[in-house]
Design a protein around this ligand. Sequence first.
Ligand code: HEC
Ligand SMILES: [Cu+2]
Length: 369
Amino acid sequence: MKRLTLALVLVIFALAATTAVAKDWSKVRIATEGAYPPFNYVTPAGDLAGFDVDIAKALGEAMGVEVVLVGPQDWDGIIPALLAKKYDAIIASMSITEERKMKVAFSKKYYNTPAKFIAKKGDMTEFSREAIKGKKIGVQRATIHDRYLTDNYGKDAPEKDFNYMLEVDQPLYIPSGMKVRFLVTAEDVIHSFYLPDFGFKKDAIPGFVNEVWTNVPEGQEGTYFGQCAELCGKNHAFMPIEVRVVAQNEFDQWIAEQKEKAASGPDLTPFASLDEAMKLGQQKFAAACALCHGANGEGGIGLPFAGSDFMTNPDNRQANIDVLLNGRNAMPSFKAQLTPKEIAAVITYQRNAFGNETGDLIQPADVAK
Ligand code: HEC
Ligand SMILES: [Cu+2]
């Protein structure tokens, strides 16, 4: 595996020799990125923390000056803002490079760490020019890693994917050259539909329909990214928005494909065996049910499954399906979140796991009836 050695430094902006009035150095403003844990990050309470921050504070103590931390500061603009004197220094695990040395004065390095390529286990074992041809590599813009790929792989450089945390499974398609109206609502909690390039941010509220519109001119087709801008829950940071603006003919084609997909209905292929259903059911249970019903079906917010009459009595099979589809009191309906196949699998799992062993195999068609 290829290694590259990073020298990490504190950057201090040298005061211009011509400065007439000596700056009062009793207070030093030091910026950090706040997006590189464990070196620098923002705590849930909104404070900057991490190794870099600790070093900054320790330096301040040793020098007998007050350190004011500035951040989070975007990496792309961290040096330009220093040059514009928004702060006096940067401490952000920045590598010393010849290019950066032309603009800023570095201190001695305060730590050293190797960088590595990472791929899914078994996917890639080497990272030679040959091996990474045609691959997509996620890399942060304007980092030495970004530069390393370009410098060392030349024209064979892999496609760099700066958007790897912004892409979604189901992008929204809209046509260019016409006014498009978005009807914005939410299914669970309040989110916010934020697309900076379109100049809008709109609350998505369950039970309300809000409206925004855009008109992307012809010739500006492409992919536009946004994010949920409302602190909506523990997965808030992972709610990207992806809008593909395409020419009218391409849009018509996409609509036709969607209609065809919708008409063919959900996948109702029966499970070949109880085992097959149990495997899928176990996954879905862990992801969607364990939180309330307990990892071993012991119950919690939801009722226990282990040994319950509801699970083991064959007369309750249909009632079991109905609860999943329609919900009951605090038990949410899963009709919109799981496919008939997934619901069938999870019910099969409930009725055979945790010592229930009824042998019941629920098929997707039983759920879709
Ligand atoms: C947000 C918490 C929550 C989640 C998530 C949840 N449940 Fe429930 N579930 C409940 C509660 C609460 C009840 C009791 C409902 C009542 O009071 O009638 C319940 C009841 C049930 C019952 C009826 C049991 C009985 O003995 O009457 C079934 C079946 C069930 N849940 C299955 C599931 C499955 C399968 C999943 C995952 C796909 C799931 N639940 C996810 C909270 C939850
Ligand atoms: Cu959200």
